[in-house]
Write a new protein. Sequence first.
Length: 73
Amino acid sequence: MNGTSSMERLISKEEIELLSKTKDLIEELLDTIEVLADKDTLDAIKQSEVDFESGHFESYTTKKEIEDFIDGL
């Protein structure tokens, strides 16, 4: 043996990278499907759009403001 694993001989580095990217894409699609299937989540997203368009949001411009907001969650 030359130190190369049997897996490396069966699948190239490029194929492994493609499989990894495909796996990531499938996970993202499943997450999207999960959100789309949840009526409460979709309603909350729609309400947040209305709130934003109506100016009902808070804006944080400094790191301290953001940290304070996160600490308050």
